[in-house]
Write a protein that binds this ligand. Structure first.
Ligand SMILES: NC(=O)c1ccc[n+]([C@@H]2O[C@H](COP(=O)([O-])OP(=O)(O)OC[C@H]3O[C@@H](n4cnc5c(N)ncnc54)[C@H](OP(=O)(O)O)[C@@H]3O)[C@@H](O)[C@H]2O)c1
Length: 315
């Protein structure tokens, strides 16, 4: 099958589409014919070699974590799914969804939202599951509370703003100057240009959702009494310092920085699908390109100014 690969760490130009074996389907797994895959911020760091401790030194490497497509093969001992069913999901703790097929545990997929195309659906998988985990499980955001979303125009933040509104919060978002209207259109009550407005100018918040990874200390100071901060990213260029700060904050009890690495299951994916189908959350597609243009998609995300998600169509 065809898959996006790279033989060394480097700029977007290292990406190419080559041949790899179609994965075997083990008991408990399904084989999904991938129709669309998203380009997530973290995949740029992986390709650039910024997280070698995690990605290692074996090549070729694969990329892509989320996918939307249809079930091609149902493995032994899997029940409740059928060949041809439209599904979406995220690979658990490994890359490789930018490909024609993925084999994945059946508990890691759910039926995709019925009202969306695979390209639209995949724009929401990672951002949606991450935002739901952050704003419900990790911070228990309540109606009427004040939420700040850092990175409100990105893959996670653009869905985080919508989830915040769905949960009844007053949502303030930080985004680049050209994307303020886009983020307002997602439902944000207040939007600030992150290059113009410093943390001190924003007020206080009950929940801060940080998708950027820098300045955790400065943003945690914005928490009102009883406030919660959830971070899904850390500052890779100052990795040790940034992670130490997050770890040390555990001593702060409820005011700690709640950091997690998402690993969604069928239940969470199905919950997200329901919110999409009832219109609470809508797709956030910036561009759709064929898989062969994955290098351009990485370059576009790196250039900044993304509105939601760059999506790859797998023909
Ligand atoms: N822990 C988890 O489970 C989990 C899950 C998903 C993602 N992540 C991580 O979360 C991070 C974000 O992922 P993503 O896919 O949303 O990335 P993305 O699509 O590249 O979005 C990043 C956004 O942040 C904005 N931004 C950059 N600097 C900013 C600043 N100083 N203040 C406010 N906004 C700023 C960017 O705006 P401009 O382009 O206009 O600069 C962009 O819209 C990545 O590090 C990723 O690895 C973690």
């Amino acid at each position: 099958m065809r898959a996006a690969l790279y033989d060394r760490y480097g700029p977007p130009e290292v990406l190419y589409v080559g041949k790899v074996p179609t994965p075997d389907v083990k008991p408990g797994e399904v084989l999904v014919r991938v129709r669309a895959v998203g380009v997530n911020g973290g995949e740029l760091s992986g390709r650039a070699g910024k997280i070698k401790l995690v990605t290692g030194r074996r090549f070729p490497q694969r990329t892509g974590i989320d996918f939307a497509g249809e079930i091609a093969v149902v493995g032994a001992s899997v029940t409740g799914v059928r060949v041809g069913e439209q599904v979406w999901g995220i690979l658990p703790r490994r890359m490789g969804s930018a490909a024609e097929y993925v084999a994945v545990a059946a508990q890691k997929v759910s039926p995709a939202p019925e009202n969306l195309t695979p390209e639209q659906a995949v724009s929401l998988v990672t951002g949606g599951t991450t935002s739901l985990t952050a704003l419900t499980d990790k911070s228990a955001l309540r109606p009427g509370e004040r939420l700040l979303v850092r990175g409100g125009s990105g893959g996670v933040g653009s869905v985080g703003v919508q989830v915040g509104k769905m949960l009844g919060a007053h949502v303030t978002a930080l985004a680049g100057a050209k994307n303020l209207d886009f983020v307002r259109g997602l439902g944000a009550d207040e939007v600030f240009d992150y290059r113009a407005a410093g943390p001190a100018e924003l007020g206080t918040f009950d929940v801060v959702l940080d998708t950027v990874g820098t300045q955790h200390r400065a943003f945690r100071r914005l928490l009102a009494p009883g406030g919660r901060m959830v971070a899904v990213s850390f500052d890779i260029d100052n990795g040790l310092r940034s992670l130490s700060y997050i770890l040390a904050s555990a001593l702060q009890g409820s005011r700690r920085v709640r950091f997690f690495s998402g690993n969604p299951n069928t239940e969470l994916l199905a919950r997200l699908a329901r919110y999409v189908e009832d219109g609470s959350i809508r797709e956030v597609v910036d561009t759709v390109r064929p898989l062969t243009e994955i290098g351009e998609a990485h370059r576009a995300l790196e250039a900044g100014g993304v509105r939601g998600k760059h999506v790859l169509r797998v023909e």
